[in-house]
Design a protein around this ligand. Structure first.
Ligand SMILES: Nc1ncnc2c1ncn2[C@@H]1O[C@H](COP(=O)(O)OP(=O)(O)OP(=O)(O)O)[C@@H](O)[C@H]1O
Ligand SMILES: [Mg+2]
Length: 152
């Protein structure tokens, strides 16, 4: 998650995911949780799939291995991606209760690592992911001179 927009969150998430998959052969999945203009697929040079992560959440009660495959895109590194919507979701309905927790639980049984590219907001979905995650990377930017002062 970025402390604000444009901090390098998607760069970190996509590079780390590709590295885990290709160099360490770890079964990894990246979720793009941006409701608007998520660009993890673009960074991985993948054309966004027919379905996005929010549609998976809306249909969480239908989740099984076959259903999951229609949402997953595979990067050449071996990293799996469930992309954000193409453009913006104009009117998103409230997600079914417990859909996010159920989906993350289902996915965590199938992947060693799940990386989540979160938009910089403390909305209900982000807070639920943050509460459940093992590690949170808060990405920020700093002036090089400020870093030098800290290091000295
Ligand atoms: N460590 C870095 N050093 C310099 N530039 C970087 C670094 N990480 C990312 N960038 C560049 O900064 C820009 C923003 O990066 P990125 O899209 O990853 O940020 P973001 O936090 O995901 O932004 P958004 O809020 O749009 O989702 C990109 O042009 C990227 O190439
Ligand atoms: Mg981003």
């Amino acid at each position: 998650m970025g402390s604000k927009g444009g901090c390098g969150t998607t760069t970190l998430a996509t590079q780390l995911g590709a590295l885990l998959s290709s160099s360490f052969s770890r079964n990894s999945l990246l979720l793009d949780l941006h409701p608007d203009f998520g660009d993890a697929a673009l960074y991985l040079k993948l054309t966004k799939g027919r379905f996005h992560f929010f549609e998976l959440l809306e249909n969480a009660d239908r989740l099984d291995s076959d259903f999951l495959q229609s949402f997953v895109m595979r990067h050449s590194s071996g990293l799996d991606l469930i992309p954000a919507p193409e453009g913006s979701v104009a009117s998103r309905e409230a997600l079914p209760r417990g859909a996010l927790a159920h989906t993350l639980n289902f996915l965590s049984a199938r992947y060693e690592f799940i990386l989540v590219d979160l938009p910089p907001a403390l909305n209900e979905e982000n807070l639920a992911v943050i509460r459940d995650c093992d590690q949170l990377y808060l990405v920020t930017v700093a002036e090089v001179s400020a870093i030098r002062n800290v290091v000295r």
